[in-house]
Design a protein around this ligand. Structure first.
Ligand code: GUN
Length: 305
């Protein structure tokens, strides 16, 4: 049976359509929700993400501010920018795009964000709320994965879920969200002994390691649900051909743009073995934005209603 494609664009649109009337209601009763996105430096991938976050805000009738700050900024200067946003009454949500330059103390910056305006759920108070399964903002990418599973009727309860990657942004919160939905969770990482063997036990496999196409056929049990969180640009034509099994449409895209975007899972292996999977692009990515919008609206509702 061909694998089912878990369409992130469709789920994204559904979620945004559900948010629109709530945003309009809040704007009529008080004011539009406001999101500030802080981008330090000019990492091309971060610029693309930030651009689409700001664009989606505008489409939804939310207020958004984009702060572009130079690579040379000090931790102290960035902290005072965050403090100004904490005090700004028009701003309900603050997102500081990661990664920050190496000389900046990222932890100090994330800790400085008012937990009530923390739309990433990265503040320690909100991490604690997640672990304790108390209400609060959930990190957008793992929350988006849960929405995608739920909206596609994929049962999590009692399933063996394996996550590859233990980042604070994806892997760790993903483990908590799956656990709270009663999955049996294994969290793997670069030092895991027999990573293919652990991964092959997964009924739900989440790949979030940031290594292009690393999850190949020996990691995927036939019939698994595979969620690919990776976003990697491939500029080598031979590598693109190998990863896509020479898929004509994808190779035409490569020839037009000089690159394609591939996840952490080998796309051809995933399509052949999985019962359902998220494509890259168009899988998890659009959900991350939808959940950011949802977290911003909820922060605004908490502050204003
Ligand atoms: N960089 C990659 N993903 C994210 C995210 O969800 N939030 C922030 N702030 N930075 C990111």
């Amino acid at each position: 049976m061909p694998a089912r494609i878990l369409d992130g664009k469709a789920a994204n649109q559904q979620i945004l359509d559900e948010l629109k009337p709530r945003i309009a209601q809040l704007a009529a009763a008080r004011r539009a929700p406001g999101l500030a996105v802080v981008l330090v430096g000019n990492d091309p991938a971060s610029e693309i993400y930030v651009g689409s976050k700001v664009r989606t805000c505008r489409e939804l009738g939310m207020h958004s501010e984009e702060l572009r700050l130079p690579d040379s900024i000090t931790t102290g200067e960035l902290l005072s920018r965050v403090q100004a946003l904490n005090a700004d009454p028009a701003i309900d949500g603050i997102l500081v795009q990661m990664p920050l330059p190496k000389h900046v103390d990222s932890r100090a910056v994330l800790d400085a964000i008012d937990p009530g305006k923390d739309v990433d759920g990265f503040h320690p108070v909100n991490v604690g709320r997640l672990v304790a399964n108390l209400p609060g903002p959930r990190p957008c990418t793992p929350a988006g994965v849960m929405e995608l599973l739920r909206r596609n009727g994929i049962e999590v309860k009692g399933k063996r879920a394996v996550i590859v990657g233990r980042s604070d942004i994806v892997g760790k919160p993903m483990a908590m969200l799956l656990l709270h939905q009663h999955a049996t969770v294994t969290l793997c990482h670069s030092r895991t002994a027999d990573l293919p063997g652990e991964s092959r036990r997964a009924e739900i496999l989440v790949a979030a390691i940031g290594r292009t196409g690393m999850i190949t056929e020996d990691f995927i049990a036939p019939g698994a649900v595979v969620i690919d969180v990776g976003i990697n640009r491939v500029t080598d034509r031979d590598e693109a051909a190998r990863l896509t099994a020479n898929d004509p449409a994808r190779m035409a895209g490569f020839d037009k743009r000089g690159s394609i975007v591939v996840g952490d899972v080998h796309p051809a292996d995933m399509a052949r073995l999985a019962s359902a999977y998220t494509p890259v692009p168009g899988g998890v990515g659009p959900l991350t934005i939808a959940m950011l919008m949802s977290n911003t609206l909820e922060a605004a509702e908490r502050r204003l209603l």
